[in-house]
Design a protein around this ligand. Structure first.
Ligand code: AHR
Length: 489
């Protein structure tokens, strides 16, 4: 068995891990909102004002810190006024991006904000630049956040909500280089400057305005944005990057060979280079780090499950997804100095979901368990950690062990993934600036193709595990294809 040593230096702080790095995304796409999150008040499925109780509990379990809505591509054809007031009067629209289905707008601003309140997470609202107007965006913000008797505050009251909501995160457009208007960067940034000027702070609410960032490695988009934005215009720039080896997407979520598996893991490791390079550009124009990087969409994207609507992006979720999530979240922790938020796409029934539903059943995916095992990192300080390591795939940057560490309230959390699907390894971890007295551990491990089904919902689940302390060192074995969480006190 391979043996590695690892060093964690609690005195070397890399950044503060904003809880929002463990954020999520919900779009009017396929069965994410309807059936997934919202079933309507008349449903037999247990709900609170139409919001599924099992979903609320699952989101609470992983301490979901923030939820992005209403899209995605949908955001740039969403007109918020169609989604308020009596449901029977709400205007219908065709969801042209996702399956051409009829959207009845029964889930709108009030329903989304109630969901966030029940979960205890921050809302991240994405406004419409592509087909919307400055006035429409400005009035939405007034509707949600203004207390006094302004026209929009009165309209909200008339629709049954007396108190204004707090809305911190507000996105000005989505993927405006693509589905959100096919704009060139200079054109978008000028539009951004215009729209954001009317995104006002009402009644003590302070907006964290987020500009549409680049697609993956479009460094020119980041460059143009950063040349033209100041921290008072934008608090964040929203990068999108999916784990997809080749477009168009044909890979199956559940059937793959080892070579294909390592392609995905290798891409997951590539997130480090992507964040580093975007950060370098941001540092050039904003050396004080006031404008933050947001990763508003990330995750694995496969061909849809056979027999499902191609426009609904429904896919299964195996241990491969768990490993990819573990590797990427470790990278996010290490970039927490500039990275302020990340939103996995998407929360329910779409792409790399944390939960899947079928009628009244709900299952937690392997990815869900990664968020559960990593939640102690939320709000902690990321600290230096380095593992002596080997590549598991010749010629590709695929280190066998991925790691990150953080400290909060005198507890150190270390998360480790052995991405090798054949070999186990052992780690001896020395801690600097931290005295280890006891250690507890959890593990997620299974053969790489394993996934949870509605008949067998616990094929993959996190379990208690053991690690030891000897002479101040923490020792732990990592089985092939496993993710381990250590909490050291
Ligand atoms: O998450 C699915 C889609 O991917 C989103 O709507 C869009 O923003 C991205 O291209």
């Amino acid at each position: 068995m391979k043996k590695f040593s690892m060093l964690v230096n609690a005195n070397d702080k890399l950044g503060h891990i904003n809880p929002e790095i463990y954020g999520h995304f919900s779009e009017h796409l396929g069965r994410c909102i309807y059936e997934g999150i919202y079933v309507g008040e008349d449903s037999d499925i247990p709900n609170i004002h139409g919001l599924r109780k099992d979903i609320i509990d699952a989101f609470k379990q992983i301490r979901m810190p923030v939820l992005r809505w209403p899209g995605g591509c949908f955001a740039d054809e969403y007109h918020w006024m169609d989604g308020i007031g009596p449901k029977e009067n709400r205007k219908k629209l065709i969801n042209t991006n996702w399956g051409g289905v009829t959207e009845d707008n029964s889930f709108g601003t009030h329903e989304f904000m109630e969901l966030c309140e029940l979960v205890g997470c921050e809302p991240y609202i994405n406004g419409n630049v592509g087909s919307g107007t400055v006035r429409e965006m400005s009035e939405w913000i007034e509707y949600m956040t203004r207390e006094d008797g302004s026209p929009m505050a009165e309209l909200r009251r008339a629709n049954g909500r007396e108190k204004a909501w707090k809305v911190k995160y507000f996105g000005v457009g989505n993927e405006n280089w693509g589905c959100g208007g096919m704009m060139r960067p200079q054109y978008y940034v000028d539009k951004y400057r215009d729209f954001q000027a009317y995104c006002k702070n009402h009644s003590g609410n302070h907006l964290y305005k987020i500009a549409c960032g680049p697609s993956g490695s479009d460094y020119n988009w980041m460059e143009v944005l950063m040349q033209n934005l100041t921290p008072d215009m934008a608090s964040g720039v929203d990068l999108h990057n999916y784990t997809v080896p080749v477009w168009p997407i044909t890979d199956s979520a559940t059937e793959f060979d080892a070579d294909k598996y390592y392609d995905y893991v290798n891409l997951a490791y590539g997130m480090d280079t992507l964040l580093t390079r975007h950060t370098e550009i941001m540092n050039k124009y904003d050396p004080d780090g006031k404008i933050k990087l947001v990763l508003g969409e990330w995750g694995c994207w496969y061909a849809v499950e056979p027999g499902t609507n191609p426009g609904f992006l429904y896919q299964q979720n195996t241990m491969r997804d768990a490993i990819v999530a573990a590797v990427e979240l470790n990278i996010f922790n290490r970039h927490s100095d500039r990275l302020a938020m990340a939103n996995l796409a998407q929360a329910v029934n779409v792409l790399q979901s944390v939960v899947l539903t079928e009628g009244d059943k709900m299952i937690k995916t392997p990815t869900f368990h990664i968020f559960d095992m990593y939640k102690e990192h939320q709000g902690a300080d990321a600290v230096y950690c380095q593992t002596e390591n080997v590549n598991v795939k010749e010629g590709k940057n695929t280190p066998m062990v991925s790691s990150s560490a953080s400290v909060k309230d005198g507890r150190m959390t270390i998360t480790l993934a052995n991405v090798d699907i054949d070999e186990d390894c052992e780690l001896s971890i020395s801690l600097h600036g931290f005295k280890a007295q006891k250690v507890s551990a959890r593990i997620l491990t299974a053969e790489v193709h394993t996934y949870n089904t509605f008949d067998n919902p616990e094929n993959v689940k996190a379990q208690d595990y053991s690690a030891t302390i000897a002479d101040g060192m923490v020792n732990v074995s990592l089985p092939a294809c496993s993710v381990v969480e250590l909490v050291v006190e």
